[in-house]
Ligand binder design. Structure first.
Ligand code: PLP
Length: 451
């Protein structure tokens, strides 16, 4: 058993409340309720300390792509810990696991992206990106190009830098974010903000906000644009088809580096190795984390184009983390990618899991409280609404319907997340059609009980 699994639930909850400050949580509220203690997991199911089997519709935090309980990853980690538990990649040293992983990522990434700068997480990788794109332009003799344009409601992490890139207002309200020279444009959320425009026109309008911002701020001051191919934590916002081609055109026209934050979209979530392929863009840098190791070890990084790497490799980049290219995390990530390839997980997503998930998810669209249902690959959202035709919001207390549905879902042993009044799911990619059917039943029960 894990370290403290033998303690009674109430005792664990009391210790948790006394000593553990949880992220993105009102800890007093949690202390009053008592945390749900997860003790083990297998496939797509979690087990809690009360013996409940809970279907994990979120793959942890959008990350356990190959599912829980893969002993091969544990074996690789143990072997690597015995052989070389740690060595850094600073100061002219390297080691086989990080070398093999960098080469493997370069092989899987689009052809022009062949260089990896490692980090411990997505937040750290995006901090790297902020400094890298600014350094790149300085090295190119254009130090005034320092502004990074991002989007409202984006999530890029919660460090000072990545939280600034993100466009979450509750985060900006605390702790002095954003840092200077970060500019946010509107998101392509047609359901909530599209008004009477068609989705296609709206997608174009929202993309053209990038061009407007570049012209207002000055082309010579803008370094990069960053976005998730499909916004995840913001509520799985799938942009209209017109959006990304226009963004790419604008980035090319004004020589703005395009950073695709693939932390959720990467490694199979959209049915391709990368979301950039799904939406048809050619980024200069991609942020990766989560699915890279299926969450079995903390690891992230930036995949960098040949052109950017050529400039960066000519100078000393005074940047890095103790755990950049950690040997155990690298070995585990490599084994995760091996499993994904050997078990043809992308084929499973494309041919089996994503079609089944789409059928189940769109099927929920007939529920009286469900507005649009959106899905790309294995990430999906639905909008809760009191009136589908007018796309109305739950006016009195925004978020209540979503919160209730999440709670009822939890009570029915399905983990779904809510982002205000959008429900989102992102299950492990290995999920079977039978499990998806079961998930659909539990989701419908949760909706019925919240209606
Ligand atoms: N970027 C995106 C798109 C994310 O969804 C996340 C986390 O959810 C991050 C970055 C931050 O990654 P991490 O939590 O590993 O720092």
């Amino acid at each position: 058993a894990a370290i403290t699994n033998h303690l009674p639930t109430a005792e664990l909850q009391a210790l948790d409340a006394a000593h553990h400050m949880h992220p993105f949580t009102t800890n007093n509220e949690l202390a009053a309720k008592g945390a749900r203690i997860i003790t083990r997991a297998d496939g797509v199911y979690l087990t809690d300390s009360e013996g409940n089997h809970i279907m994990d519709g979120m793959a942890g935090l959008w990350c356990v792509n190959i599912g829980y309980g893969r002993g091969e990853l544990a074996d690789v980690a143990a072997r690597q810990m015995r052989e070389l538990p740690f060595y850094n990649t600073f100061f002219m040293t390297s080691h086989a696991p990080v070398i093999a992983l960098a080469a493997k990522i370069a092989e899987l990434a689009p052809a022009h992206l062949n260089h990896v700068f490692f980090a411990g997480s997505g937040s750290e990788a995006n901090d790297t990106n902020i400094r890298m794109v600014r350094t790149y332009w300085t090295q190119k003799g254009k130090p005034s190009k320092s502004i990074i344009i991002s989007r409202k409601n984006a999530y890029h992490g919660s460090s000072v830098g990545s939280g600034s890139l993100g466009g979450m207002t509750p985060m900006h309200a605390q702790g002095g974010l954003p840092i200077p020279d970060i500019h946010h444009i509107d998101q392509p959320n047609w359901w909530a903000e599209g008004g009477s425009a068609t989705p296609e026109d709206f997608g174009l309008q929202r993309a053209q906000e990038l061009e407007k911002a570049i012209l207002e701020l000055g082309e010579d001051r803008v370094a990069a644009f960053i976005a998730e191919p499909i916004q995840g934590a913001g509520g799985v916002i799938v942009p209209p088809s017109t959006y990304w081609p226009e963004i790419q055109r604008i980035c090319d026209k004004y020589e703005i580096l395009l950073i695709a934050d693939e932390v959720i979209c990467g490694f199979g979530r959209t049915g391709e190795w990368f979301g950039s392929t799904t939406v048809g863009i050619k980024p200069d840098i991609m942020t990766i984390a989560k699915g890279l190791s299926s969450g079995y070890q903390p690891i992230g990084g930036s995949i960098v184009s040949d052109e950017v790497a050529e400039v960066m490799n000519a100078c000393e980049f005074n940047h890095g983390y103790t755990y950049s290219g950690h040997p155990v995390a690298s070995a585990v990530a490599l084994e995760n990618l091996r499993i994904m390839e050997d078990e043809s997980l992308l084929d499973h997503v494309r041919n089996v899991a994503a079609p089944a998930l789409a059928e189940m998810w769109h099927g929920l669209g007939d529920h009286p409280m469900v507005g649009e249902t959106k899905i790309v690959g294995m990430m999906a959202s639905l909008a809760l609404t009191p009136d589908k035709d007018s796309r109305a919001k739950f006016a009195a207390d925004a978020g209540t319907a979503g919160y209730m549905t999440r709670e009822r879902s939890f009570a029915n042993n399905l983990i779904m997340r809510h982002v205000y009044d959008r429900m989102v799911i992102s299950p492990p990619l290995i999920i079977t059609p039978e499990e998806i059917t079961e998930m659909g039943k539990r989701a419908r029960t949760a909706l019925d009980e919240s209606y």
